[in-house]
Design a protein around this ligand. Structure first.
Ligand code: NAP
Length: 345
């Protein structure tokens, strides 16, 4: 089959298209999907550009965690899906060689769901990783009800942010503040943000006080400001910080979870046991595949409560290097989708 992969880590040009990849053979609990669309997430370019041992990231690696396609083969233990079904999934991020930047991918039944007819392959491929990240983050909330509570969602125009704003507003009925560039104010407001902060000229930690929740896709730079005791961004009593483990290249080095994060996790956990209410709660989230969770997301999209936010620039599979570069250089708004097979649906 044709796929785009890399055998060594590096810049986007290590990605090469090759028509000689073996077609995956599904195990008993898997189906083989013919891929119609995939999307690029920051994790794809981060794994590509940083060395990782083969047991975590076997090579050659075909990147791509989001997939939307059609079932062409079914393993003997699979009960929920049949040949011809339109399905989508989030694939496991680590340990797997075969991603979705390929004509075919083998997917575990428990990671998949059917795509409702109202959702195109392109729209479906934009959802799994970012939607499950947001939903699994919100699952950590322990407050009795979310209605009317205040949430700050950082990076509102990004993949995670565009989904999370809609979910927080339309499902959790929260009062939503977000950070964005002025060019994206209209978008994030249309998605449901009640308050928008221009992160280029304003410091959110001076403007936001006593919030109930912060969902932070910019934790590599905003964690210390958010949890700074002098700032009161979050309520100590009942506030909750949701860190989704972001990172960024700073002077050629990936700045990510450091000692501060570990200290904060320990400090906030201990204080919440021995002195509840004295510090905000702290959760660190790593997204995981979940077919049932994705089915609930697609229901919300089917009902019109949430929509897929896709950058107008859609790439073809042979342009995967360009798609990586486009997201990596922060040119995108919403999700960067890669079309693998041309279709009207
Ligand atoms: N733990 C997990 O399981 C998990 C899951 C998903 C994502 N993540 C991580 O979360 C991060 C975000 O993911 P994503 O998919 O949303 O990325 P993305 O789509 O690339 O997000 C880009 C957005 O970030 C915004 N942005 C850039 N600098 C900012 C700043 N200083 N303040 C506020 N916003 C800023 C930009 O907004 P403007 O365009 O408006 O300037 C842009 O729209 C990544 O580091 C990713 O690796 C982790």
């Amino acid at each position: 089959m044709t796929a785009v992969g890399y055998s060594r880590h590096g810049d986007p040009f290590v990605l090469e298209m090759n028509s000689k990849y073996p077609r995956p053979v599904p195990r008993d609990d898997q189906v083989l999907l013919e891929v119609y669309a995939t999307s690029v997430n920051p994790v794809d370019y981060k794994f590509r550009r940083h060395w990782m041992p083969n047991f975590l990231l076997p090579k050659p690696k075909i990147p791509g965690a989001d997939v939307a396609g059609v079932v062409v083969e079914v393993g003997s233990n699979v009960t929920k899906f049949r040949k011809g079904d339109r399905c989508a999934a989030l694939l496991p991020l680590l340990g797997s060689q075969w991603g979705s930047s390929a004509e075919f991918v083998a997917v575990r039944e428990s990671h998949m769901t059917l795509i409702p007819d109202s959702i195109s392959f392109v729209k479906a491929a934009a959802l799994p990783l970012v939607a499950l990240t947001a939903v699994q983050s919100f699952d950590h909330l322990t407050m009795e009800r979310t209605k009317g509570k205040k949430i700050l969602i950082q990076a509102g125009a990004g993949g995670v942010g565009t989904f999370a704003i809609q979910y927080a507003k339309n499902v959790l009925e929260m009062d939503v503040a977000t950070t964005a560039s002025p060019s994206n104010f209209k978008l994030v407001t249309a998605l449901g943000a009640d308050r928008v902060i221009d992160y280029h000229t304003e410091d959110f930690s001076e403007l936001i006080t006593d919030y109930d929740v912060v969902l932070d896709p910019m934790s590599w730079t905003y964690e210390h400001l958010t949890l700074n005791q002098g700032k009161n961004v979050l309520k100590n009593n009942g506030g909750h910080y949701l860190n989704i483990l972001s990172s960024e290249l700073v002077n050629g080095k990936e700045k990510t979870v450091g000692f501060t994060t570990l200290l904060n996790i320990v400090k906030h956990s201990i204080m919440n046991v021995f002195s509840p209410g004295s510090l905000a709660k702290y959760s660190l989230i790593c997204v995981r595949p979940d077919g049932d969770g994705l089915a609930r997301v697609f229901d919300l999209v089917d009902q019109g409560k949430i929509s897929s936010v896709i950058d107008p620039q859609i790439f073809d599979l042979e342009e995967l290097s360009d798609a990586h570069m486009y997201l990596e250089r922060h040119y995108a708004t919403g999700k960067v989708v890669v079309r693998v097979k041309q279709t009207q649906t």
